[in-house]
Design a protein around this ligand. Structure first.
Ligand SMILES: Nc1nc2c(ncn2[C@@H]2O[C@H](COP(=O)(O)OP(=O)(O)OP(=O)(O)O)[C@@H](O)[C@H]2O)c(=O)[nH]1
Ligand SMILES: [Mg+2]
Length: 296
């Protein structure tokens, strides 16, 4: 059997379960997850090499029609993700299967011709069969562009193995593009900044996690441990105070959670030195966005 390899874009609205699905497909907690929308900010590759197949998944930020510069940046990432892919996996939240909000994204996928589109109808662990079956057949009728519709639960893994087999059969013949042991294109610094953001998203209210930017200032991969020095940027002094918490309680908890998450992932001791800093309007400033690693 000849080798097969291909890029698979994972797209959908915020909170659909894209990152949860990618982690399931990889069997690794690579991507950060939360119950709040816009958790993923950067496209991230997750690579799985199994029996002469290399599946290169690209997780993308949730599609959102916001007007901020940073929203445009996120949409640009999704567009690029679709362009780069051989196959598109469109994740739909089965609990809120509204196609209205998905319209512009569906148009975008349709316009990128010759790509197979697989619909993952996600979160079926919380759906009754009797509700789901008519819904799925209607989606099939309304969307002939979908080559497959797979009801899945990214959370408990139901049907994820079916999806994996379908993807293996659909990626084109091609060479091994990444070394077999490689599972992502992202550095430990990037992953660490994501783990820190995940901790903050968990503890803070809706808005605040989205006005913070995490920058790794220094990283050392030592024999016995990984050492990170990180700055967390917010827009106002009041926000800085919230991130630190009364008597430093929150920052202490965040450090603890992030270190545990990172230690489990990297299988190595982790040392974290972190500072909260104020940079007004960083989300609207091109130079600041560039400085913290967003390419606008
Ligand atoms: N019940 C249930 N919840 C799920 C499932 N998949 C994901 N979730 C939950 O849905 C929420 C969003 O999951 P994410 O994987 O972060 O969603 P996302 O599409 O990557 O979101 P963004 O990165 O914000 O675009 C989390 O609370 C997940 O635990 C599922 O199959 N069943
Ligand atoms: Mg995500």
């Amino acid at each position: 059997m000849s080798f097969r390899s291909g890029y698979i874009a994972i797209i959908g609205l915020p909170n659909a379960g894209k990152s949860t699905l990618l982690n399931r497909l990889l069997g690794k907690e690579l991507c950060i997850i939360s119950n709040k929308p816009q958790t993923t900010r950067n496209s991230i590759l997750g690579i799985r090499t199994i029996d002469k197949h290399q599946l290169i998944f690209i997780d993308s930020p949730g599609w959102y029609e916001g007007k901020l510069k940073i929203d445009k940046f996120y949409r640009g990432q999704v567009t690029q993700t679709i362009q780069d892919a051989d196959i598109v996996v469109f994740v739909l939240d089965g609990l809120e299967p509204r196609f209205k909000q998905n319209k512009s994204l569906i148009e975008l996928v349709r316009s990128s011709k010759n790509k197979e589109i697989i619909l993952v109808f996600n979160k079926i662990d919380r759906l009754k069969q009797s509700k789901m079956i008519p819904l799925l057949s209607r989606i099939g009728e309304d969307h002939p562009e979908l080559s497959e519709i797979i009801p899945c639960s990214a959370k408990d893994g139901h049907n994820v193995d079916v999806l994996l087999e379908i993807l293996k059969s659909k990626i084109p013949e091609g060479p091994e593009l990444y070394p077999e042991e490689m599972y992502t294109d992202k550095s430990p610094s990037f992953l660490m900044s994501e783990f820190l953001r995940e901790s903050y998203i968990k503890y803070l209210d809706e808005e605040l996690p989205f006005v913070l930017a995490v920058v790794v200032e220094d990283f050392k991969d030592l024999e016995t441990r990984l050492e990170f020095r990180i700055s967390v940027y917010v827009e106002r002094d009041g926000q800085k105070a919230i991130l630190i918490g009364p008597g430093g309680a929150l920052i202490h908890q965040i450090k603890k959670d992030t270190i545990i998450r990172a230690r489990n992932f990297f299988s190595k001791k982790v040392v974290l030195d972190m500072w909260i800093k104020v940079k007004p309007n960083w989300r609207q400033s091109e130079s600041i966005l560039k400085q913290i690693g967003y390419k606008i």
